[in-house]
Design a protein. Structure first.
Length: 117
C-alpha cells in the first residue's frame, strides 16, 4: 500500500488576537497586498509561494502563541532582511546568528524566524 500522506507542508496556522491588524502587519512585512477576504470572520490566507500561512484569530490565546519558531521565512540576504525588519520597527529578539538567521516577534508575541536560504 502506498502512503497517502504527501511529504509536503500545506499551511502553517498562526494564532493572532486581531485578524485585521495581523493581516495588515504580516502583509506589510511580506510585501503583499492585504486585499484578500477574511474568511468565516477569523481566517486570513496570506498569498505565499510554497507553504501557506493562515492567520487565525479563533485559535488565539496567550498560552498558544509560538514560544519558539515553528518555521522560518526565507531570505537570500540575511543582512538586508535584518535591517529591513529593524527599519519596520519589528521587535527583533536576536541579532543575526551564525551569519544565517534571526528571530523576531509579531505583534501578538509569536516568535518567528528569518533564515538565509
Amino acid at each position: 500500500m502506498n502512503n497517502p500522506i504527501l511529504k509536503q507542508i500545506g499551511t502553517v496556522f498562526i494564532p493572532v488576537s486581531n485578524i485585521e491588524k495581523a493581516r495588515d502587519w504580516y502583509c506589510d512585512i511580506l510585501g503583499v497586498t492585504a486585499d484578500g477576504e477574511i474568511q468565516f470572520g477569523h481566517l486570513y490566507v496570506i498569498p505565499m509561494e510554497g507553504t501557506g500561512i493562515v492567520l487565525d484569530s479563533k485559535i488565539y490565546s496567550v498560552d498558544k502563541v509560538f514560544k519558539t519558531p515553528t518555521f522560518h521565512l526565507n531570505t537570500k540576504n540575511i543582512e538586508e532582511a535584518f535591517h529591513f525588519m529593524r527599519n519596520k520597527g519589528v521587535e527583533l529578539i536576536t541579532e543575526i546568528e551564525h551569519n544565517h538567521y534571526f528571530n523576531f516577534k509579531d505583534p501578538d508575541g509569536n516568535i518567528l524566524m528569518v533564515s538565509q536560504c
